[in-house]
Design a protein around this ligand. Structure first.
Ligand SMILES: [Zn+2]
Ligand SMILES: [Zn+2]
Length: 980
């Protein structure tokens, strides 16, 4: 009767499949109210990981629960396909390292590889999904690279354009030099790491002032050749100090940074420094405008550094901003691959971060380095290829999220976050600081940006600086008429919102919306007759997934009513990892808010990440990855699921440890399994359930009360999306059921004193198992199905086609539950006391006193049986909680011996696989005392062991099935049994 869950689960999967149980559950609920669920699309170009098991297990609980409550829960699967995750994998397969290599092999070949690799592991994903019991409609999955999906995205982008919220600008953006593209702020949020790198204090020599320097602090020495100005806070106090032979200028409050002896020569306000000129550190690129002077900067703080801030407009968002205000030159010293341009001679072609130490060395040689120290801070890395990101000026297309900030915040108000603190915290803070969405990617495999522009005057479009567009009127023309120098220039821009629109304009049949094919589609400019060509960029793949509420239904080309009438929108529930808080959870809200649709989901569970046993991130390179298959093959999907439901709070990081899974397996699943075995063994096949059976037995009333309590609280927790809280209720219940209810009901089932006693126990246990199977079904779909199928009379074909039980609060007896808790406390104390004085439970004792005023007879009987005493006396004046009479009389001693022999006989019965009803013959031979005692208790032994005869060993041939030499109270005994 060994438990083998993985094998059982395989059988159940077959049963579900052959009998179409999932389909039947949808059929059964199709007329019920809709419960809308959105599946966050994974990439199928890698194998599913253990974190996917966690996230799918959480989703499945809620979806099964709602289905059992009669809701119609469609579960459309989805696949993310575009963007860097696919491109980086395709590059690996083609063994190429840069964009230059892609251009060499050709975009068409590269796109082909991307397209082919999208579904490398689709089969594995589908098998995994099915194996863990996550019911998902894989056949109707949405795919982000399908034409329908892209068409919806185009339509959405056109809406955004028409609202004047899509614009092109030259801005400093986070940029991955390896991938050769800029990224959005939510992509950057995926990849921060703590690093240590050198920070330097640089001396900028003031013009015409011997030995006098401005002291400037920086952590990015590679940006120094791009320096255009130094910012000073006009309100701060600054000092000129003498250090050795040099005079240094810095903020008074930052003098501590010097860590050297100094003498203050002069003190003055920052504004006195404005306009002061200094000698540039480098002259690789000649500025085309005034540079190298002090400018005003209210943002200059005295929290770190020197109160003087190095400004490189090409490499910092704020730098670019003050650069525009002060008309500073943008000194672009770095190329698209993050390497110094040829003009920066000594370090030309070198990756900027690698050049850092060489630049510092150069400044040191020229006596321009004051000091260098190590500095620890958070630095962003590419979320896809792990390269350090750089910030630099690029032309990019943006969505003006800052304009809809208030709407984003308002819509977030309506969302129920689990855990709740994320709403105002991690997510709310993010919205308050919302940045415009850097939408365009200078890449290949993605949704093409559906913007066509007239080639006459196109240079304005990619000009270094464009006016920021705020209004709808302005959006149509990026360059206002007044600014057009050559009147022949056209600047017409057309954003395409459907395939039909593009086909009409171009008079071409369009089969594939991807690059490079779409790049070939041109049409006549309706204003000047020139040629309209698509801009080269594709879009951020996070826009793809964020648009899934609409694009998965090919909105508005199909299903328009269903979404407009709030049938398919918003989602009632979504769930993904906490890393998606600033990822998918954000982009869903962003797109929906941009379209004016309000909040895209009502409830969201954001769960913690899965780490290794030491709390480290799992990665293939570290060799600490746990694959879901390992866990499922060894313990089964139910165990893996339930582990995640109970191990800690939903948002806590999960340090995955097989030891914890093993413990859970024994504590919960083994116990549950034994409960079922107990039922089949002692209640058996002839059992007939009675409808609405009610037992008056104390234990029965108690466990029924516990069951109803479980039912009522599980619903309450699930309705609040508190999966952990709900799952933990089951742990307590199964402990009560097995370690108290069944344990104390054993005698009633095995050796009932009356027929009624047996009926009460069996009917109650049947009812318990039936209801427990239903209540547990959303959490552990397999073992609950197994329990359900093991019960003789069923109301439905599968437990998953039953209704989720409704609690009967009348059966909850809080007082009884408290009383039973007290009984269990007394028993625990008494058992501990027996261990302390070294008397086994098998040895009956005469008396136990309890410090208690009142206890009913049934409770007292339970205590008597459990701790094996003849009488229980209530004594309110007792000094301690309990007190045993430990004197063992001859009679008690002999009774103990008989019980020990019976136990040996029971073990032997089990060992040869006898069922309770099987009869036996017993032979024995022992010491004179034992022989006498056993003869005297012959009838009792016969009854307890279901034996037909019980006699002293005779000179017979070997007629027994099993024999054994045992010790009973230091006396020897030989016993043997034979099945009759
Ligand atoms: Zn990258
Ligand atoms: Zn034109």
């Amino acid at each position: 009767m060994e438990i083998n869950l993985p094998k059982d689960e395989e059988k159940i999967l077959k049963f579900w499949k052959e009998n179409k149980i999932f389909e039947k559950s949808l059929e059964k609920t199709k007329n019920g109210p809709r419960f809308v669920f959105y599946e966050g699309p994974p990439y199928a170009n890698g194998l599913p990981g253990i974190h996917h098991l966690l996230s799918r297990a959480l989703k499945d609980v809620i979806l099964r629960y709602k289905t059992m409550q009669g809701f119609f829960v469609e579960r459309k699967a989805g696949w993310d396909t575009h963007g860097l995750p696919t491109e980086v994998e395709a590059e690996k397969k083609l063994n190429i390292r840069s964009k230059r290599d892609i251009k060499k092999i050709g975009i068409e070949k590269f796109i082909e590889e991307c397209r082919n690799s999208v579904f490398t592991y689709k089969k594995e994903w589908e098998e995994f999904t099915e194996r863990i019991g996550f019911w998902l409609d894989l056949e109707k999955a949405y795919i982000t690279c399908s034409n329908d999906y892209i068409e919806s995205l185009w339509w959405i982008l056109k809406q955004i354009w028409e609202k004047g919220l899509l614009y092109q600008d030259y801005k400093v953006v986070p940029y991955c030099p390896r991938c050769g593209t800029s990224l959005s702020s939510h992509e950057v949020a995926q990849g921060y790491e703590t690093i240590k790198e050198p920070a330097t204090y640089i001396k900028f020599k003031i013009k015409d002032a011997p030995n006098t320097y401005l002291l400037v602090w920086t952590t990015t020495s590679w940006t120094l050749p791009g320096n255009a100005a130094i910012a000073v806070n006009p309100e701060f106090s600054y000092v000129k100090v003498k250090v050795g032979q040099d005079y240094l200028i810095l903020a008074k409050e930052r003098l501590s940074a010097l860590k050297k002896e100094y003498k203050v020569v002069k003190e003055f306000k920052g504004k006195e420094l404005l306009g002061l000129e200094y000698e540039p550190l480098f002259d690789f690129i000649k500025p085309n405008k005034r540079a190298s002077f002090l400018i005003k900067g209210e943002f200059v703080s005295i929290e770190e550094g020197t109160g003087l801030v190095h400004i490189a407009p090409a490499f910092g968002e704020e730098d670019m901003e003050v650069g525009k205000q002060n008309d500073l030159p943008v000194l672009m010293t770095v190329d698209e691959e993050g390497k110094f341009k040829p003009e920066v001679e000594p370090w030309a072609g070198m990756f900027v971060k690698e050049a850092d130490p060489l630049i510092i060395e150069d400044l040191k040689k020229r006596n321009l380095l004051f000091k260098e120290e190590m500095y620890e801070h958070e630095y962003p890395f590419c979320w896809r290829c792990d390269s350090p990101l750089l910030y630099y000026a690029k032309t990019s297309w943006f969505i003006k999220m800052t304009v809809i900030k208030e709407d984003l915040i308002k819509n977030n108000e309506k969302i129920n976050w689990v855990p709740g603190y994320l709403k105002e915290g991690r997510f709310g803070e993010w919205l308050k600081e919302v940045k415009d969405w850097n939408l365009s990617r200078e890449r290949y495999w993605g949704t093409p940006l559906p913007i066509w522009h007239c080639q006459i005057g196109k240079n304005h479009l990619i000009a270094k600086q464009l006016p920021t567009v705020h209004t709808q009127q302005g959006a149509k023309r990026l360059v206002p008429k007044s600014k057009i120098k050559n009147q022949k220039d056209c600047h017409n821009i057309k954003v395409i919102g459907s395939i039909e629109e593009l086909e009409k304009l171009s008079s071409k049949k369009i089969k594939d919306l991807h690059r490079p094919f779409i790049d070939e589609i041109t049409f006549r400019c309706e204003i000047c007759g020139g040629q309209m060509k698509r801009v080269p960029e594709v879009i951020d793949c996070w826009f793809d997934s964020g648009s899934m509420p609409f694009a998965q239904w090919h909105y508005p080309f199909e299903n328009q009513e269903k979404i407009d009438k709030n049938e398919f929108f918003p989602a009632d529930f979504i769930s993904e990892g906490i890393d998606q808080t600033r990822g998918w959870f954000y982009t869903l809200l962003a797109v929906s808010t941009l379209l004016g649709f309000g909040e895209p989901y009502k409830n969201v569970i954001s769960h913690g990440l899965v780490l290794d046993t030491k709390g480290k991130k799992m990665s293939k390179s570290k060799g600490n990855v746990v694959w879901p298959k390992e866990v499922v093959d060894k313990y089964g999907a139910d165990v893996a699921r339930f582990y995640f439901y109970t191990i800690n709070q939903v948002d806590d990081p999960k340090r995955f440890d097989f030891k914890d899974v093993q413990t859970l397996y024994q504590r919960f699943f083994d116990t549950l399994h034994n409960t079922q075995i107990f039922f089949t063994t002692y209640v058996g096949e002839e059992f007939q359930p009675k409808k609405d059976f009610k037992s008056d037995n104390l234990l029965d009333r108690w466990i029924i009360s516990r069951l109803q309590n479980l039912n009522s609280r599980a619903i309450e927790k699930l309705d609040n999306y508190d999966i952990v809280g709900a799952a933990r209720l089951f742990e307590d219940f199964v402990d009560d059921l097995s370690n108290w209810y069944i344990r104390r009901s054993r005698r009633r089932s095995q050796k009932p004193r009356t027929k009624e006693e047996k009926t009460e126990a069996s009917q109650t246990l049947y009812h318990l198992l039936l209801e427990l199977a239903k209540l547990l079904a959303p959490f552990c779909p397999f073992i609950s199905e197994k329990i359900y199928q093991g019960l003789s009379t069923k109301e439905a074909e599968s437990v998953h086609l039953t209704d989720y039980p409704k609690p009967n609060n009348e059966l909850i007896d809080q007082k009884l539950e408290e009383q039973m808790k007290r009984v269990r406390e007394i028993v625990t104390l008494a058992l501990a006391e027996r261990v302390k004085v070294g008397i086994k439970v098998r040895q009956p004792l005469q008396k136990l006193e309890i410090k208690e005023e009142k206890l009913d007879k049934e409770s007292i009987d339970l205590i008597k049986e459990e701790i094996n005493v003849k009488e229980v006396i209530l004594n309110k004046k007792l000094g301690t909680e309990i007190k045993f009479e430990t004197k063992i009389t001859l009679q008690l001693k002999e009774e103990g011996m008989v019980r020990e022999v019976i136990r040996y006989l029971q073990d032997m019965r089990k060992k040869i696989g006898l069922k309770p009803k099987d009869k036996i013959l017993i032979q024995y031979f022992g010491s004179a005392v034992l022989n006498r005692v056993l003869a005297e208790n012959r009838d009792f032994v016969l009854k307890e062991t279901k034996a037909e005869d019980f006699k002293l060993k005779e000179k017979l041939k070997k007629v027994f099935d099993i024999e054994k030499e045992v010790g009973v109270n230091q006396e020897k005994l030989w016993i043997a049994i034979k099945r009759t």
